[in-house]
Structure formats: structure tokens, C-alpha cells
Design a protein. Structure first.
Lengths: 281, 376, 327
């Protein structure tokens, strides 16, 4: 429905999907994405260097104070984007590729292979995600790479299930039957005729999951299974802050960072959801 | 089937839109996919039939985790000190059959599990099962309180948001819920503890009871119940008081999912004609909203609440450490930090099985409770 | 002159939309008395239901109502919520179009009737209210009422559900019953039965009945007077006999011509060409002019005034051209 009351200028300049939450979400996410690249330029200090006295409250020299070793919390928080956001993106990309491939094969080939994959999906999804990620990460040993592997293991079944459902639906469409009748080979049918139609929901879902993956990564780091010190990762910074409980500023920066970036992704997810799901109107 | 389908069809949506919280995604393990015309008994039987296989799958995955640990599998079972003790190494080799082939080891692992042997924790040096059972009540108490708080907040916000759709109340309610599911619970716990307890002193500090209080005799392990059994009403109040903040932090995190679902369902129900009938009868607005509209959303609401149980269980992992809560969560975190493998895998196994059971019960209760699905 | 049971003067209902207020009801005048049946007829979207719901404040918050709607002399427009709640369901009762969705699906039928009774009679016990509910089901000729009160709506057929709605509506012995398309959603055979039930109860309880419908045929034999509504205005109002014998507005003539008539066995039903104007897109002049076969320049420029001879009122520039242009 077009809204007659809006001034013409606004209607022309602002696309209709750009609601206020969406705009805020995009702005926040854009800010943190910029930080991934620009942190070295913007941050006032080196995140690893001991630049001041220990546990200084916020001041003009150190806007967010200093931590237990005398490092600048603001600089560490800004650099934290570099250690939190790319890992989430990598995890989601891997989980999507892996999950979508297995899900598509399971849906297209079916049979014993297909159901074997789906049982594996069922079993993996039977675990509370955080617990399973913890157990896998602990078994592999601490470190950001192992935490990433653990998160991929926890997350791929979500996409496998989604992809399989998509493939099963698209497979029945007429153009696929036409391609079969025309004698196209099976891989060709899968890759040329089915998969291109399956991506949209997966990609949307993946975008929306980014915030959750950032949270999970931070949680693993918080309990000591992700980033190892002295990496300025948000979860482990909060863990430092928990130990310096009375110096609230140590955990403040990284906490706000996680909150805003996840909120940003959730705003975007919400906007996409409202935009794509007419029922919510 | 219309409203009913919603929960499950949209469950993945709910997940992916990030409406859950720290516990990762809220994927249903086996959403109740009751097909039209499928007899109820067959549905339940099918679900029950799948159970042993899922449990076996969980056990297998847990076993595989013990084998992927880097280097010698012994490091997954024995601590560094024990590794230098030939006696201990020999005993462990025999107990877990480490000198045998993988299939044989798997068989031994399952046999040990069946006899309740989850291994021995490096840290506490007690059997993992003993530790887990000892710590379970504290977690269940926290999770139960969080569920009450989370569903109260979630339902109220969902109802308000739907009733005042698109007003500032709606926007505020949605923002509150969204913040709850975006914030790391462990940080929210820290922040609230600092502000409310240290600065303002309106809530007690961490722990289950005032540290100076003498503990009531342990009967059930639930502090609130044990204090009551001991007739210590002051202690009971103290225990409730201590429960409030951690349960709120945890409950806030799940209230987002609940309020979102309640809002959507309420919007649908409030637009139906029987709401007009109720108003035409002369019912007041409160009655229309609660007795007529909310009651019609009860089944999907209860379903999402009971699903949230399992997620609260994982959320407890992160909340308990902050609040010095002596439950499974702080046990798991302690184990993870100390790389205490038998404990980690034991907790994961128990968590998986609890998760599976609650979801099964939810699914079955759901189809039984919904007359429209039942009569289909 | 006595105050009528229910009278509406210059009632207007609009909806606030973000752009401009849309007027769905543009000043209607109606009245109904004890024991009288007033039919309101018009196509869907003509504003006939909106007007009646608006007069008892049952529209969503985006609607605003102006003008006057008096019930036993008491002004309803602008009346406080509590007093309105007291009137609704006790003095003024309503039944709606779709019996499938107008009963609460998760509550037993008996409980819903009991609720209607107890909302207005705090003193009656649950048991007595249930007794009364059973009597009411008997009154609307539902077989085995003792068993039926304990069933859920989905265990009833459409016609039976509409009977339940009627039973619930008359539970508190109201003075006025507003029936909004009570038979539209039902099978033809069931329609006649429901109308029979309504007519019997109306006489027995001496109800003022407002029967809203899009089908003039439903009113024949049941209504005393008929108001024809088009685009939010009453275009013609007369006693039913007078209206059928001497329709003055071309729209009314169209409606009469489109009543299915079995005896004549017409192959094709007559229907008025075109559709009523959407909200906020009224043509200038007479709202009916784009569809009217006798429209002249004056109809396109000037909104006709309502003229009346006391019993028969009409709003048409050519009301007295005895079908001249039409024939």
C-alpha cells in the first residue's frame, strides 16, 4: 500500500523497506564493519600495549578506562571487532556451505544416504547448542579456530534442514520435470535447475544468524574456550572484567559492543522478516 | 491446525530472526509434524519409537567427542598427574578398553554408561554422575524461576504489544524483548549485579543464600523447598530474594521469543469475530483480552514456553558463573576451563537427554492439549 | 410523541487513516420501536453494518463516530465505556454473520451463554445460569440441550451455531436485537429456519429488531420497514409493502429486480451494473449516478435532498418520475 500522507520527497528518497529499526540496524552494523578495517587508524592506543596505570576509571586519556594490566579498554574494544565479526562471518559461511551441500544432496538423492544425513542432523540438533559447542571446543582444545569449528558443527544442521526442505519443494516444480524430460543429467538438474531457486531463504536466514553466532563465539571465549589472552576479543574481555568486578569499566566497553552489534543484526533480521512475511503486517 | 502449525512452521524463523538469546539458536529438535488425518496414537508412537535412536545418536556423538581429543585419548580421561602414574594409566586403559579397537571401545563406553558410569572428574575426583545429580537441583531451581519470570514478562509484553499495536507501547515492548535476546546474559548479569547490588544495594549479592546464614539440611537440593521443609521462613525469603536477579537475567533472555509469538498470535485472535461477540455481550476489555483472546493462544504459548526450558538450561551455563550459583552450569564452565573432559562430556550427555525428553513431552502434550488438532 | 426505542440522527462513522479520514457512514437517520422489525439493506461496503456497530462503539479504535444514536432516550455516542458495557448484551444484543467464527472455539457453548448471563447478573449462581442456558437452547429449538451445553462450537453445524448465537443474544431479555447478516453464511434451507427462529423470538419477546442484509428478499415477510443504504447514506426508507409496491429510488428498483424469483424462472438474474464507490472516492453529485440508468446532469452535480411524505422518504432528483426514464 502506498502511503499518500508521506511527503513526495521522502517517498522518493527512502525505499519502503527502510524502516527506522532497519536503518538503525544497518548503521550499527556498518559502524562495526568499518571498525574491522579502521580500528588501527581510529583506536587511540595499541590494544596490547600497557599504556597506563592499572584499572584506571574512565578519563580524558582513557575514555573507557584501563584494564587489570593497564591496557586501554576503548582501543581493545574497537580492535575487538576484528576478532569477533570476521570469525562469525566465516562460521556462518562454512556452516551454510557445508549444511546447504549436505541438505541439497540429502533432498535430491534421498534414499539411505539422504536419511542418514537427516538422522545426523536430528542427533546434532538434539543437543542444547551451547553445550555441544562447549564440548566440541573443549575436546579440540582452546583457541579461536577450534571454537569456530565447534560452532560450524553446531550450526550446519540448521541449514541442512532448511535446504533439504527447499530442494524437496523445488524438485516438484514443472520446469524441473521439463528438464528431466529433456534428458538433462542429474548434477545438471540439481545445480542448474534446482539450487538457484533455493538460495534466498538460506541467505536471509544466514544474515539473521550472524548476531547469534557472534553471541555464541563471545560466550565460548567468555568461558575460556575461544580466543586466548591477550587477544582483544569481546567475550574474553568480559571475562577479564568479571574478575575485576568492582572496576565496572573493564567489562563495559566489550559488553556494549556485543549488545549493539547483535542488536544491529537483530534489527536487520526483524526488518527483513517483516518485509518478507506479509502475515506480520 | 492453523494456529498450531504456526509454532513449528515458524520455529526456524523465530530462530533465525535472532529472537532467542545467548543460547544459540532455538531450533526445535523434532518439531511436532502432525499431519492432517494422522491418528494421534500413531504420532505419539512414532515419536516414542524415534527416542531410543536419538539417545543412541547422542551417546555416539559423545563417544566420538572423546576420540577427537588431540593426541592420546588418555588425555581425555586422565589428568596430567595421573598420566605419569603407570598404575592409573593401566587401570584407565582397562576400564575404557583403550588398548582395543574403536568398535570395541564404543561398546565398552555404552556398557559403562548403562551402568551409570560417566567417568570420574579430574577436578572433583568424584564420579561425574554423582557431581551432576548433586548440582542438578540448583540449576533446575534457577531455570524454573527463570521460566516463570520469562513467561510472565513475555506474555505480558506480547499481549500489550498486540493490544496497542503500532503504538509506542508496542515499540517499547518489542525493543525490550529484542535487547533481552541481543545482550550476552553473562554481561547483563554482571552489569545488574554491579548496579543493583553493589551500588544500590536493592538486591543481594551472588550465591543462593546470605553467606552468614546456616544452611538448612539438604533434602531435595532445592533451596526454596529445603528451607520450607526446615520451617525456616526467613531463610526461605532469603533464598527467593537471591533467586530473583539471576532468574530475571535468564528470563529476560527468553522473554523475547515468547513475547514475539504471543504478539503474533494475539493479533490474529483479536481480529477474529468471537472477540466482537464477547464485546457485544458486554464483556470488559480486560476480560475480552485475557479470557477470550489470550486463552485462545494458550496452546502455542505453552509450547514455546516449554521449549524454552531447554534453552534456559544452556543459558544457565553462562549465568551461574556470574552469580556463583552452584549448579550444572558453573560445573560445566569449571570443567571447560580446566579441560576436565569426563565432566564436560558427561554434562553434555545429560543436557542432551534432558533436552530430548522435554521436547518429546512438549510435542506430545501439545497434540493432546489442542482439541482442534486432535479432532483434526 | 413517545421516544422511540432506538433512534439514529445524522450518524457519521469515519476511519482515521494516515492520509485522510474516510467516511464510511455519511449521516443516516433511522429509528426502531419495540416489537418492530427494521430492515437495513445495501450492498457489502455500503456502511450498513459499520453504522450499527459504530452506534454501540464496537468498531476498532481507528473509527470515530459523530451524530447521535439514542437508546431509550439515552445518548450512546460518547457514552462512557462502562455504561456501554452494561447496555451491550443486556439491553442491546447482537448476532453476526459468520456463526463459524463468532463463537469462542476453546470454550464450551454452555459456558459462553453462562458468561453472557453472569456478566449482567452478578447474583445468579453458576448452576442457575446453566439451567437458564439449557432453557435458552430449548427456546431456539436445539435438540438435546442438556448434552449440547457441554459441547464445543466445532461440534455444532453452522445453523446450530447461529441458533446458539441467537440464544446467547436473547439470554438477558434484551429490548433491541441487531442481527448483522444473520443468514448470509448459511445454506438456503437453513436460512429459512434461522429466520423463522428469529421471527418467533422477536414476536414473543416484543423485541425491536434491526435486520441488516444485502438481500432484500430476506426481508420480505419479516421486516415492517426497510431502509435502503447506498454509499453510507439512506437513499430510501418506507414500509416494506410500500417499498415493494412503489419503489422510488432507482437503486431500490435495481435491488428488487435482482431478487431471485422462483416462480418467474428467469434465466438470468438482474444485477445492477458496476460496484459501489470505494471509501473516499465518491463521485460528485448523487453517489449512485455512475451506475444509474436515469442519471442526468443534475445528478452528476448536485447531491439530492431527502424528501418525505411522512411514511416514505427518498433521496433522488427524479423520485417522482414514476419509472418514466426507467421504462
Amino acid at each position: 500500500m502506498t502511503d499518500q500522507s508521506l511527503p513526495l520527497a521522502r517517498r522518493l528518497l527512502v525505499p519502503y523497506w527502510l524502516t527506522l529499526p532497519m536503518a538503525i540496524g544497518l548503521a550499527i552494523v556498518l559502524f562495526w564493519l568499518l571498525m574491522v578495517v579502521l580500528a588501527p587508524v581510529v583506536a587511540p592506543y595499541d590494544p596490547l600495549e600497557l599504556v597506563g596505570r592499572r584499572l584506571q576509571p574512565p578519563s580524558w586519556q582513557h575514555w573507557l578506562g584501563t584494564d587489570a594490566l593497564g591496557r586501554d579498554v576503548l582501543s581493545r574494544t574497537l580492535f575487538g571487532a576484528l576478532h569477533s565479526i570476521p570469525i562469525a562471518v566465516i562460521v556462518v559461511v562454512l556452516a551454510v556451505s557445508f549444511g546447504a551441500l549436505l541438505g541439497a544432496l540429502s533432498g535430491y538423492i534421498g534414499g539411505l544416504f539422504g536419511s542418514a544425513i537427516m538422522r545426523l542432523v536430528d542427533v546434532t540438533l538434539s543437543f542444547p547448542p551451547m553445550l555441544l559447542a562447549m564440548a566440541v571446543a573443549a575436546s579440540l582444545g582452546p583457541g579461536l579456530e577450534n571454537a569456530a569449528i565447534a560452532m560450524v558443527i553446531v550450526w550446519w544442521p540448521v541449514y541442512a534442514r532448511l535446504m533439504r526442505a527447499q530442494v524437496l519443494e523445488v524438485r516438484e516444480r514443472e520446469h524441473v520435470e521439463a528438464a528431466i524430460a529433456a534428458g538433462a543429467s542429474r548434477p545438471r538438474i540439481l545445480f542448474k535447475h534446482i539450487l538457484p531457486l533455493c538460495w534466498t531463504p538460506i541467505l536471509i536466514s544466514a544474515t539473521m544468524d550472524l548476531g547469534q553466532v557472534i553471541l555464541l563465539a563471545a560466550s565460548l571465549s567468555f568461558i575460556g574456550l575461544g580466543a586466548t589472552p591477550p587477544t582483544p576479543e569481546w567475550g574474553s574481555m568480559i571475562s577479564d572484567g568479571a574478575q575485576q568486578f568492582y572496576s565496572w569499566w573493564v567489562a563495559f566497553g566489550p559488553g556494549v559492543a556485543i549488545l549493539t552489534v547483535v542488536l544491529g543484526f537483530n534489527f536487520i533480521g526483524d526488518g527483513l522478516h517483516d518485509y518478507l512475511d506479509p502475515r506480520s503486517e | 491446525m492453523l494456529t498450531s502449525g504456526w509454532v513449528f512452521v515458524n520455529n526456524h524463523r523465530t530462530v533465525s530472526s535472532g529472537q532467542t538469546s545467548i543460547f544459540g539458536s532455538m531450533h526445535p529438535c523434532e518439531g511436532a509434524k502432525l499431519e492432517k488425518g494422522q491418528p494421534l496414537t500413531r504420532f505419539i508412537l512414532k515419536r516414542l519409537f524415534a527416542m531410543p535412536f536419538l539417545v543412541l545418536g547422542i551417546v555416539t556423538l559423545a563417544f566420538l567427542l572423546t576420540t577427537v581429543t588431540k593426541g592420546d585419548p588418555l588425555t581425555a580421561i586422565l589428568s596430567d598427574r595421573q598420566l605419569n602414574d603407570p598404575e592409573a594409566v593401566k587401570a584407565a586403559m582397562a576400564r575404557w578398553g583403550l588398548d582395543r579397537s574403536l568398535p570395541e571401545r564404543y561398546f565398552i563406553y555404552v556398557r559403562n554408561l548403562l551402568s551409570g558410569d560417566l567417568g570420574t572428574s579430574f577436578v572433583t575426583r568424584r564420579p561425574v554422575l554423582t557431581d551432576v545429580l548433586f548440582r542438578l537441583p540448583a540449576t533446575l531451581e534457577l531455570v524454573g524461576a527463570a521460566m516463570v519470570i520469562g513467561s510472565t514478562i513475555g506474555i505480558s509484553l506480547g499481549v500489550l504489544a498486540a493490544y496497542f499495536k503500532n503504538s509506542w507501547i508496542d515499540h517499547l515492548a518489542r525493543l525490550f524483548a529484542l535487547v533481552g535476546s541481543s545482550v550476552p546474559v553473562f554481561w547483563m548479569g554482571l552489569a545488574l549485579l554491579y548496579v543493583l547490588s553493589v551500588k544500590l544495594g536493592v538486591v543481594p549479592g551472588p550465591g543462593r543464600l546470605d553467606p552468614r546464614a546456616s544452611l538448612p539440611p539438604t533434602v531435595t537440593g532445592f533451596m526454596t523447598i529445603d528451607t520450607l521443609l526446615a520451617g525456616e521462613f526467613k531463610l526461605f525469603a532469603n533464598a527467593l530474594w537471591h533467586l530473583l536477579l539471576p532468574a530475571f537475567v535468564l528470563g529476560w533472555a527468553v522473554s523475547g521469543t515468547i513475547s514475539r509469538l504471543v504478539r503474533a498470535n494475539m493479533l490474529e485472535v483479536l481480529g477474529r469475530e468471537f472477540i466482537l461477540t464477547a464485546r457485544a455481550k458486554g464483556a470488559g476489555e480486560l476480560r475480552v483480552v485475557i479470557r477470550h483472546a489470550l486463552r485462545n493462544t494458550l496452546v502455542p504459548t505453552l509450547t514455546v514456553i516449554s521449549y524454552s526450558f531447554a534453552y534456559l538450561l544452556t543459558g544457565a551455563v553462562l549465568t551461574e558463573t556470574i552469580f556463583s550459583w552452584p549448579g550444572l552450569g558453573s560445573y560445566a564452565v569449571g570443567a571447560a576451563r580446566a579441560l576436565d573432559f569426563p565432566a564436560i562430556i558427561g554434562v553434555t550427555l545429560v543436557g542432551g537427554i534432558i533436552f530430548l525428553l522435554t521436547n518429546l513431552i512438549t510435542d506430545i502434550a501439545y497434540v493432546i492439549a489442542n482439541p482442534r488438532v486432535r479432532l483434526g | 410523541m413517545n421516544t422511540p426505542l432506538f433512534s439514529v440522527r445524522d450518524l457519521r462513522v469515519g476511519f482515521l487513516s494516515r492520509s485522510l479520514p474516510l467516511e464510511a457512514v455519511r449521516g443516516i437517520d433511522l429509528h426502531v420501536d419495540h416489537g418492530e422489525v427494521l430492515g437495513i439493506v445495501g450492498e457489502s461496503g455500503s456502511g450498513k453494518s459499520v453504522g450499527m456497530l459504530g452506534s454501540v462503539s464496537l468498531l476498532p479504535p481507528s473509527a470515530y463516530v459523530t451524530g447521535s444514536a439514542r437508546f431509550q432516550g439515552q445518548e450512546l455516542v460518547g457514552l462512557d465505556r462502562r455504561s456501554l458495557q452494561k447496555l451491550r448484551g443486556s439491553r442491546i444484543a447482537m448476532i453476526f454473520q459468520d456463526p463459524l467464527s463468532s463463537l469462542n472455539p476453546v470454550t464450551k457453548v454452555g459456558t459462553q451463554i453462562v458468561e453472557a448471563i453472569r456478566l449482567h447478573d452478578r447474583k445468579i449462581s453458576k448452576r442457575d445460569a446453566m439451567e437458564r442456558a439449557i432453557e435458552l437452547l430449548e427456546l431456539v429449538a436445539i435438540p438435546e440441550p442438556n448434552r449440547r451445553v457441554h459441547q464445543y462450537p466445532h461440534e455444532f453445524s453452522g445453523g446450530m451455531r447461529q441458533r446458539v448465537m441467537i440464544a446467547m443474544a436473547v439470554a438477558n431479555d434484551p429490548d433491541l436485537l441487531i442481527a448483522d447478516e444473520p443468514t448470509t453464511a448459511l445454506d438456503v434451507t437453513v436460512q429459512a429456519q434461522i429466520m423463522e427462529v428469529l421471527a418467533t423470538l422477536q414476536k414473543r419477546l416484543n423485541l425491536g429488531l434491526i435486520l441488516i442484509t444485502h438481500d432484500l428478499g430476506v426481508l420480505a415477510g419479516h421486516a415492517d420497514r426497510v431502509a435502503v443504504v447506498y454509499a453510507g447514506q439512506v437513499v430510501e426508507q418506507a414500509s416494506i409493502d410500500d417499498l415493494f409496491a412503489n419503489p422510488k429510488h432507482p437503486y431500490t428498483r435495481g435491488l428488487i429486480a435482482s431478487i431471485p424469483n422462483i416462480s418467474e424462472e428467469k434465466e438470468r438474474l438482474f444485477s445492477i451494473e458496476g460496484a459501489p464507490p470505494p471509501l473516499g472516492r465518491l463521485p460528485s453529485g448523487c453517489a449512485f449516478n455512475p451506475r444509474c440508468t436515469m442519471a442526468q446532469d443534475v445528478c452528476r452535480n448536485l447531491d439530492p435532498q431527502t424528501t418525505t411524505d411522512g411514511a416514505h422518504s427518498v433521496a433522488c432528483h427524479f423520485a417522482d418520475d414514476k419509472e418514466g426514464a426507467c421504462a
